[in-house]
Design a protein around this ligand. Structure first.
Ligand code: GDP
Ligand code: IMO
Ligand code: MG
Length: 423
């Protein structure tokens, strides 16, 4: 039987545990491809007691013999990419042009994107709480057709020409609007062309290389961020600047000729969010402290404390529909250990009235909870569904019934082996 091409997509506001799941599933695929976002992502994988946090390189890189891709939809900060490659190599992980390939169409993050991200955020009446990695301004330049791409990095003449034009337009804005120094062409050119020399061997024409092998390949599309951070379907304007949902996987990966057979939606057994924006089940007080401490809910990229709340099934149902999720992955079930009662949001109200359809604005909605019993002991030692306490199985069954979809995997700890599956 031909193996399935899968997308792994976050169903909440990011940090659902995608990195760990991608590491597990990448054992059975040939190619792992990032298709959007940049180093705003932070994907954590714990293997044999060692912790790796990936910002750009796909989480499949730890598996020997797999090919990892940065597709055209990814925005690349070359400085960050090179340091990620080098620190993996130092840790004894093999990373080279044979197992990491970069699309020539990836747009590059330049220092002026990072600065603009910070300055714009400072200016906003309502902050987004961006990661300040320059992601938004880089995508702005892409659609504004003045971006600089990976292929320009290896062509000094073209690079200097596009960079000069950008500085001509951007420096006066930094200087006159923000009272900030502009950028100097020669220094920036020298720095980036040096990155180009390091990255040139990794650049690959995906169509030429992969099209002839498309039928034999098994691809895992690695989502970053989460559905409600999607630029179209998320809680706009409190979103990231790319399309994070499954429908973008083929386009952004640079493998538009590869079929997508299954979509695995990843959700935490509760909910978290970093940055600003509406969050109906958000908690404060002792339950917030409980989740933050037990779940170690601090951002993998910026170290910011994550906001925490109960599981929101109204939100998840919407994400299942938007991504056409075929199987669910529930992570961090072990974090709920020790709770006497667990609340699950199964409806919304606004101004005292029950909402019968998904609201166009999440701000101001009040969650309606269904109370479930907690379970005795812990689930982190479980290695099959049968090992779980009856109450934990009831929690999973309740989620399956509400979402009308099967929970295929449950993660019960950060380690690679702490995962249960059911057919
Ligand atoms: P991602 O961005 O979706 O890849 O998720 P992050 O790596 O940013 O955040 C998830 C965090 O939870 C990481 O620290 C993981 O090591 C950890 N994690 C993943 N799955 C589990 C789990 O089942 N239980 C516990 N306790 N931690 C987990
Ligand atoms: P992973 O892949 C959680 C959030 C930021 C901010 C908003 C916009 O690890 O799940 P940006 O820098 O993208 O312009 O910030 O999006 N954000 C994330 N939150 N996990 C992520 O990635 C995120 N990437 C961006 O906190 O609210
Ligand atoms: Mg993360």
């Amino acid at each position: 039987m031909r193996k399935r091409n899968l997308a792994v997509i976050g169903l909440q506001w990011g940090d659902e545990g995608k990195g760990k799941i991608i590491d597990s599933l990448s054992r059975d695929v040939d190619v792992i491809a990032r298709f959007q976002g940049g180093n705003n992502a932070g994907h954590t994988v714990v293997v044999r007691g060692e912790k790796f946090v990936f910002h750009l390189i796909p989480s499949g890189i730890l598996r020997p013999g797999k090919t990892c891709l940065l597709g055209n939809g990814v925005v690349v900060d070359p400085r960050v990419l090179i340091s990620e490659i080098e620190s993996l190599q130092k840790a004894g992980i093999s990373v080279g042009p044979e197992n990491l390939k970069i699309s020539p169409f990836c747009h590059l993050i330049l220092p002026y994107h990072r600065l603009m991200d910070t300055l714009r955020e400072g200016d906003r009446d309502k902050k987004i709480g961006t990661t300040k990695r320059g992601i938004g301004p880089c995508y702005v330049d892409k659609v504004n057709r003045c971006g600089i791409r990976m292929r320009d990095l290896i062509c000094p003449e073209r690079f200097s020409q596009v960079l000069a034009e950008n500085l001509r337009q951007k420096n006066p804005i930094f200087e006159k609007v923000y009272g900030h120094e502009g950028y100097e062409l020669d220094a920036l050119s020298r720095e980036y062309l040096e990155y180009g020399r390091t990255l040139e061997p990794f650049i690959c024409d995906f169509t030429e290389y992969f099209f002839p092998r498309r039928e034999k390949l098994c691809v895992l599309f690695e989502g970053a961020q989460g559905t409600f951070l999607d630029v179209d379907y998320g809680t706009y304007p409190f979103v990231t600047s790319s399309s994070v949902i499954a429908a973008n996987a083929r386009l952004g990966s640079g493998l538009p000729f590869v079929r997508l057979d299954a979509v695995l939606g990843v959700a935490k057994a509760y909910t978290t969010r970093v940055g600003e924006g509406p969050f109906p089940t958000e908690l404060s007080g002792k339950f917030l402290d409980f989740f933050r401490q037990r779940g170690v809910e601090f951002g993998a990229t910026t170290g910011r404390p994550r906001r925490c709340g109960w599981l929101d099934l109204v939100l998840l149902k919407r994400a299942v529909q938007i991504n056409h999720v075929t199987e669910l992955v529930l992570t961090k079930l072990d974090v709920l250990d020790g709770l006497e009662k667990i609340q699950v949001c199964t409806g919304y109200r606004r101004e005292g009235k029950k909402l019968h359809s998904f609201p166009d604005e999440l701000r101001g909605v009040l969650p309606q909870y269904t109370e479930m019993p907690g379970w005795p002991g812990g689930v982190s030692g479980a290695r099959s569904f049968r090992d779980l306490p009856a109450q934990a199985r009831d929690y999973i069954r309740m989620i399956e019934e509400y979402l009308e979809i099967k929970v295929r995997y449950v993660s019960v700890g950060e380690k690679r082996e702490a995962i249960l599956s059911q057919e």
